[in-house]
Design a binder for this molecule. Structure first.
Ligand code: SF4
Length: 356
């Protein structure tokens, strides 16, 4: 039978320092844990019959937190799956994306890097316990380009403590000066159990966040970026093919602590408990996706991008569709419903109206 799973996500949960706002699956880096973790990860990868991949994404945590010998071990572990891969991304933090690691990435065919920048304001970075400065970002990006990796994404967070529109404008100016291909901007969420939450910090009000997004949209559009997904802008031809797999509601393998995957009508989530993971008890939750669920996922995911949603998924919802069209929240392109910028900004409402 033809295998039609072409994407693999791998999670490396270790970080050298824990950021105040972080709600990802992450652990403080300890070498012994990392050594055992990589062995378990290798077993998990082997447990799937992975072949013919088109995209690989190694995220975290901080994959570059691994010491050089373990970083190399990780790259070598992934090597057997890279044949024919078109987009191979590593997430990195600026302070640990050393020249040596960049050379290893290049040697092992990694061709896209996503850097956690968050803001270019060093005072704010320090205030939220980030471990880098903007100068380190510039150095890392120069080293990447000098070594032939120029497909680079930068992550920014909107609404961090002490942020303002003025600081956002500086962030955008600074990031644009780096001449990169892709920018992701996420509104800050303050989740329980994070240091920000415990310190009583509140998420930005929705009108403030909207104002920030408007600034991002205008600035990036004027510089030739396409707003192709709610939180993502890219130069033409540099959309993240891996992330598009998720938004197209296509299947993918997910390996590593807390990773999710979607294989043969099963959506699964791996354990977030390291000791379980090291005992090779990888999957903790499974959801069988019924044909009806599939349509729900299709609506929820396809409407996030300008590739849009095929009209066939909203049969019988013509009145709602007409209403959304007249409100300017979606447009119709051929046989697809495509969200407008306004629609993206209140996407949850658009989706809910189509699901009700
Ligand atoms: S580096 Fe990323 S994953 Fe690690 S603590 Fe900070 S935000 Fe979380």
């Amino acid at each position: 039978m033809m295998n039609n799973i072409h994407s693999l996500y791998i999670h490396i949960p270790f970080c050298n320092k824990i950021c105040d706002y972080c709600d990802f699956t992450k652990l403080q880096y300890f070498r012994n844990f990392a050594v055992s973790y990589l062995k378990a990860l290798k077993d998990e990868l082997k447990s799937y019959k992975i072949k013919n991949l088109k995209t690989i994404y190694v995220g975290g945590g901080t994959p570059t937190a691994l010491e050089d010998d373990l970083f190399l071990e990780l790259l070598e572990m992934i090597d057997p799956y890279t044949k024919g891969v078109e987009e191979y991304t590593f997430e990195a933090n600026p302070e640990s994306l050393t020249l040596n690691k960049i050379k290893m990435l290049k040697e092992h065919s990694v061709n896209r890097i996503s850097i956690g920048v968050q803001t270019t304001n060093d005072k704010i970075l320090q205030a939220v316990n980030r471990d880098h400065t903007f100068i380190q970002v510039k150095t890392a990006i120069k080293n990447l380009k000098d070594n032939g990796i120029d497909n680079i994404n930068v992550d920014l967070i909107l609404g961090l403590p002490h942020s303002s529109k003025k600081i956002l404008k500086e962030d955008l100016k600074n990031v644009l000066s780096l001449d990169i291909k892709h920018i992701s901007c996420y509104g800050l969420t303050v989740n329980p159990h994070t240091a920000l939450y415990n310190n009583g910090f509140k998420e930005p009000e929705s009108d403030v966040l909207r104002d920030f997004y408007d600034e991002v949209e205008q600035t990036l559009k004027s510089q030739g970026f396409v707003h192709y997904e709610v939180s993502n802008w890219a130069k033409l031809g540099y959309q993240s093919e891996h992330n598009l797999t998720y938004w197209r509601n296509e299947q993918y393998y997910g390996c590593g602590l807390g990773a999710s995957g979607y294989i043969k009508d099963i959506r699964y989530k791996n354990t977030v408990n390291l000791s379980q993971y090291l005992k090779r008890v990888f999957v903790s939750e499974k959801e069988k996706v019924s044909p009806k669920d599939k349509i729900t996922y299709q609506i929820m995911l396809n409407l996030r991008t300008i590739e849009g949603l095929d009209m066939s998924f909203v049969k019988g919802k013509e009145l709602v569709v007409d209403e959304l069209l007249s409100q300017g929240l979606i447009t119709k392109v051929d046989n697809k419903l495509v969200p407008t910028y306004e629609g993206m900004m209140i996407l949850d409402q658009v989706i809910l109206s189509l699901l009700n």
